[in-house]
Design a protein around this ligand. Sequence first.
Ligand code: AMP
Length: 588
Amino acid sequence: MLYSELADIFDRLESTGSRLEMTTILADFIRGVDRSELRKIIYLAQGKLHPDFIAKELGMADRLVLKAISFTSGTSESVAEELWVKTGDPGEVAEKLISKKKQMTLFAEELTVDRVYKGLTAIQDAEGKDSQDKKMKLLANMLHDSGPVEARYLCRIVTGRMRVGAGDMTILDALAEAFATKEDRPAIERAFNITCDIGFVAETIANGGMGAIENIHVTIGNPIKVMLAERLPSVSEVVAKMGGKCAIEYKYDGIRVQAHIGKDSVKLYSRRLEDLTSNFPDIAEALRERCKFGEAIIEGECVAVDPETGFMLPFQAVTHRRKKHGMDEAVKEVSVRIFMFDILYRDGQDMTYVPYLERRSELESTFEIGDKVQMTTMRLVNSPEEGEDFFASAIAARCEGIMAKSVAPESIYRAGSRGFLWIKYKKDYQQALTDSFDLSVVGAFYGMGKRAGKYGALLMAAFNEDTGRFETVCKLGTGFDDAFLDSMPELLNAGLSESKPKMVDAEMVPDVWFDPTVVLEVVAAEITLSPIHTAAKGVLKEDAGLGIRFPRFTGRVRDDKSPEQCTTVGEIIEMYEMQAHDSDGLSE
Ligand code: AMP
């Protein structure tokens, strides 16, 4: 296929605001795509070359892209740079300058999708002394044969700014529309949730239909989307919701890890699919040594402990293991244990369909428990009193709360979903009206006074799971220390956007916009109806959304969460209702 055809589709997707229309454009297009090219096309539509868990990056610095544009278009770097600063969008710079060049070029070999995919792969893989120059030439070579729209998307892809709005959920909708029916949509989503590879799911359904989709199973090396918990405001409600009977585990405050234990090697993934193996080499080794089976996929929480006493240390201690450099020292200095809580696969058997209690006992018998490899502490509970009692021991053991887990026959592992099969309850719920929020930064306001010349406050948004959009909940200006204020440009500026990003719904207008990439943890006094914030707009009251009052940054940048994994609008509605319910209780 010619790359220009694909670029035209990107252009059409970008210019519609409606998810339904986007789905139809995509569905009509992918129906006609050559099956052997579909996988690549799906990745490119998301600005990627492969699924997220493959830790390879295109790695092209803005400056190099600028150089390639100026080289190809024959424009001076300073003119290109000026345009870049003005628009903030390398795609637009390329489009404007390449279109000028196009009138002067007589011969150009047309770009195919295959050539673009190969070219981008070569850029990604270029290594060594001359790698920068090589990357620049590879891009220039493709730009040379590009028309303006093709150039726009090439430059957006290589700079990580490809956001035409074709998110995972839209692509899954389009796959159902193109190759199956609406009723098949949950099965297609499950295939994605257990493989985390949308290109693979697309290729499978295009080639083998729903039969092939239903044949996709959990496999080692393919991370599985993690199961998440709902929350409730009191232990007694948790136990009641579980039908008066459930398992309760300590809720450890560490880093969640999904371990893929192979015969010879182990890979550890974070909940956002980053490879954490080099951060926890000791845990990887201990898991392999203590696993009695050939292969297993398990989940657990990595927690820092005091090596002398075995006491658990606060979350901050384990974050030393997330640094990019000086890992050898961090491994020596910070002693870590994994507290395992689930098993998803073992020696060819997909265990996600096995009920909780059985999974738990299989997990325990899969390992020789001890030393760095432990089970989460669990108790079967039959009354609210027993639940309260166990919660008190969790807090005494320095945990942040409890995780109740259903023991009903339907208590399977629901990859990628948040539901009441797991319910969390944290100590924080007793002190504040709300849990903490993990919010995405979508904008910034310049500071005044002491903060002049810096970002003084940030516009924060929650993720709406139904629409795939980010909706604002507060302007955040407290909890920033000097070091954080100074580090903000470095943290945020890679996501600078010339105008309001397409996936953001906001009425408040900040001085600068960001594509949602950075997630910060925020605590607040309460959730209120807000005329200015767009979260859940019109859901609880016409013309009002939900906002959070007196927000404060906790100091924790949640780089373990992607923007789509931040607090959802649905959760904020629940917290709002929980809070209303609390104050009802007080007034009784
Ligand atoms: P939250 O991040 O507040 O939504 O809480 C969910 C997280 O708690 C999970 O993603 C795990 O990282 C963590 N966690 C700690 N202890 C457990 C446990 N026993 N079972 C499941 N998750 C746990």
